[in-house]
Design a protein around this ligand. Structure first.
Ligand SMILES: Nc1nc2c(ncn2[C@@H]2O[C@H](COP(=O)(O)OP(=O)(O)OP(=O)(O)O)[C@@H](O)[C@H]2O)c(=O)[nH]1
Ligand SMILES: [Mg+2]
Length: 219
């Protein structure tokens, strides 16, 4: 299968696994384009069709938005650089967009594996996804998943502004409110490679819940 219709954006804040992940993406999605947006030290990556951009702003959301702005293909995907996602799973969400979805989300929540996602984090993610379902009457599978694909049509017509970890929440909200098609595919989730960067996930959970509510009524 040829993936020249697809660009994958990878945000990385000095992740040791990023080069290996870019190579695996190139192997799993032949002919796709890859855009790496980095903070910290410039990563050395040897893979075909890779563009490496130094991040201009700060934060996960700002890195992904910078990558989106540079992507010109009809399908645009995203994946973290810490080894928690399987690059092969990108094929599932890309296929959903090719089949007509505007936002395809890889869901990590259908199985529970305490090694990759402790139960309290699973529960927090499940509750945020439930809150989304109640507020938007839509199933998004796993509202905080970092493995997703979008149609270029949606990306070019919606303005995203979030700089931090709330960008996926903004995507979920704006996609639903503007009537775009949302689809979900089950995916795997693995323990992260490299040290975690931030730990206060409870505070973050409440912030993400308030953003889920905010985007339901504004933006
Ligand atoms: N360029 C860039 N990348 C970032 C930034 N913040 C996070 N990232 C990357 O975004 C991806 C997701 O960040 P993580 O730190 O793994 O966030 P998380 O998955 O919620 O946290 P963990 O459970 O600790 O893995 C990783 O590839 C990070 O390196 C940032 O400010 N700039
Ligand atoms: Mg991570």
């Amino acid at each position: 299968m040829d993936y020249s219709d697809t660009t994958i954006v990878i945000p990385t804040n000095d992740e040791p696994a990023v080069a290996g992940i870019a190579r695996k993406i190139a192997g799993s999605l032949p002919s796709c384009r890859i855009i790496v947006v980095y903070l910290g030290k410039k990563p050395a990556i040897r893979a075909p069709n890779v563009t490496i951009l130094r991040q201009r702003g700060r934060g996960y959301g700002s890195a992904i938005r910078q990558g989106f702005a540079a992507a010109k293909t009809p399908v645009v995907g995203m994946l973290d650089a810490d080894g928690t996602y399987d690059p092969k799973d990108l094929r599932k969400v890309v296929q959903l967009v090719r089949d007509g979805a505007d936002l395809a989300v890889g869901s990590r929540l259908s199985s529970i594996n305490s090694k990759s996602m402790p139960f309290r984090i699973w529960l927090g993610n499940a509750l945020l996804t439930l809150a989304y379902a109640v507020l938007y009457f839509r199933n998004i599978g796993d509202s905080q998943s970092g493995l997703r694909a979008m149609s270029g049509r949606m990306l070019r017509s919606v303005k995203f502004v979030e700089d931090g970890m709330s960008l996926p929440t903004e995507m979920n909200g704006k996609a639903a409110r503007r009537g775009f098609r949302i689809a979900v595919a089950p995916i795997s989730y693995y323990p992260r490679i490299g040290e975690p960067r931030f730990s206060n996930k409870l505070t973050y959970g409440f912030k993400l819940l308030s953003k889920t509510i905010e985007f339901r009524f504004s933006g």
